[in-house]
Design a protein around this ligand. Structure first.
Ligand SMILES: Nc1ncnc2c1ncn2[C@@H]1O[C@H](COP(=O)(O)OP(=O)(O)O)[C@@H](O)[C@H]1O
Ligand SMILES: [Mg+2]
Length: 290
C-alpha cells in the first residue's frame, strides 16, 4: 500500500511524478526543500537542465563549476484533510484574502488548485499550490535579541547589484512599514491575521522586501479574553500580534504604544503569561510526539 503523500517525510522526485494528478513531461525535477513546516510538504520545482548542470558541472572561463539549481516554483501540498468541498474551498478562499490584504508585493504569489488524489482506489480532495520561489534570508522575528540582527541579515545576502547592505537595511525598514500598514488593515477590517510567528514564514529578499511565504494558517482575531489556539494547539493569533509589535519596534522604529487598542488587549502582561503557558504546553506535547 502506498504511503499517503501528506504523511510521507522523505518525499522524492519519483513520489511526485507518481501522483495521479502530476504529468511527468521530463522538463522538471522535484526536490524536497531543505526547510519544512507543519502544515505543508514543500517541494522545489527545478528545471531538469539546471539539475543536470548542478550534478555534472559546466565550464566557465576554463573552470568547471557546479551551480546550485534554483527552484523555478515551489509545489506546496497541504497536509490538511478536508471533509467536504466547502471546507477545501474555504481554505482556498483564505489565500485570496491574504493576497487581497497584503498585496502581491508582500506575499509569495500562489496558484492554488484542488485535485482528486487517488490512492489505492480511493479518491480524496487535496489542496496544492504552485508558488513563486522567494529568494532571501529567513526573517526570524524572535531573532531580534541583539541590535545588529537586521544589519547582519542584510550583510549575509548575496551581493545584489542594486545596493549595499545599508541600502537593504533602509529598504527592509520601509518594507516593514508597508507590511505593517497592510496587516493592521487586515486585522481591523477583515478580522483575520496570518501566521507571522512560524520560523521561515517571513523572508527578507536581497532587494530588501519582506514577503510572507506561509499563506495557509490564517486565524480569526477575536476581541475577547479567550486565547485562541490553532488545530495544533499553538496560540498563533496572539503570537502573530506579538510579531507585529516586534516588527514595529525593531524595523519600523516605533516604540511600543500601550494605548494602541490592539496591543493593549493582546500584549497585556497577564494575557501574555497565559499565552506563554499554552505555548510551553504546545512544545512539551510536540516533544512527546517525537
Ligand atoms: N515560496 C517559497 N519560497 C521560498 N521559501 C519557501 C516558500 N514556501 C515555503 N518556503 C520555506 O519552506 C519552509 C516551510 O514553509 P511554510 O510555508 O512555513 O510551511 P508550513 O505551512 O508547513 O508551515 C519555510 O522555511 C519557508 O521559508
Ligand atoms: Mg510555516
Amino acid at each position: 500500500m502506498d504511503e499517503d503523500i501528506r504523511d510521507k517525510v522523505d518525499i522524492r522526485h519519483d513520489d511526485i511524478v507518481g501522483l495521479n494528478f502530476i504529468r511527468d513531461t521530463g522538463r522538471h525535477m522535484f526536490r524536497k526543500h531543505c526547510r519544512q513546516g507543519l502544515r505543508s510538504r514543500i517541494m522545489e520545482v527545478l528545471d531538469a537542465g539546471d539539475v543536470r548542470k548542478e550534478a555534472e558541472g559546466e565550464w566557465v572561463d576554463g573552470i568547471r563549476v557546479f551551480p546550485r539549481a534554483r527552484p523555478t516554483w515551489m509545489l506546496r501540498i497541504f497536509t490538511r484533510r478536508f471533509a467536504s468541498p466547502a471546507d477545501v474551498l474555504e481554505e482556498a478562499r483564505m489565500y485570496s484574502l491574504v493576497e487581497a490584504c497584503l498585496g502581491q508585493g508582500h506575499i509569495a504569489a500562489s496558484s492554488e488548485f484542488i485535485v482528486d488524489y487517488i490512492r489505492d482506489g480511493r479518491r480524496e480532495m487535496l489542496l496544492c499550490g504552485l508558488q513563486a520561489f522567494v529568494e532571501g534570508e529567513i526573517l526570524d522575528p524572535w531573532g531580534f535579541v541583539y541590535p545588529g540582527h537586521l544589519a547582519e541579515l542584510c550583510r549575509r545576502m548575496p551581493a545584489a547589484s542594486d545596493g549595499d547592505a545599508d541600502v537593504r537595511v533602509r529598504r527592509a525598514r520601509k518594507s516593514a512599514e508597508s507590511l505593517l500598514g497592510r496587516l493592521r488593515d487586515m486585522v481591523t477590517t477583515a478580522g483575520y491575521i496570518p501566521d507571522l510567528s512560524g520560523i521561515g514564514n517571513l523572508i527578507l529578499t536581497p532587494s530588501g522586501n519582506i514577503r510572507l511565504v506561509d499563506i495557509n494558517n490564517i486565524t480569526k482575531v477575536a476581541v475577547d479574553d479567550v486565547v485562541p489556539t490553532d488545530d495544533k494547539g499553538y496560540p498563533v493569533c496572539d503570537k502573530s500580534i506579538e510579531v507585529m509589535a516586534i516588527l514595529e519596534r525593531e524595523l519600523a522604529g516605533r516604540p511600543f504604544d500601550r494605548n494602541d487598542p490592539l496591543y493593549r488587549l493582546f500584549l497585556d502582561p497577564a494575557r501574555m503569561a497565559r499565552v506563554k503557558e499554552i505555548e510551553e504546553k504546545f512544545y512539551r506535547d510536540r516533544q512527546k510526539q517525537m
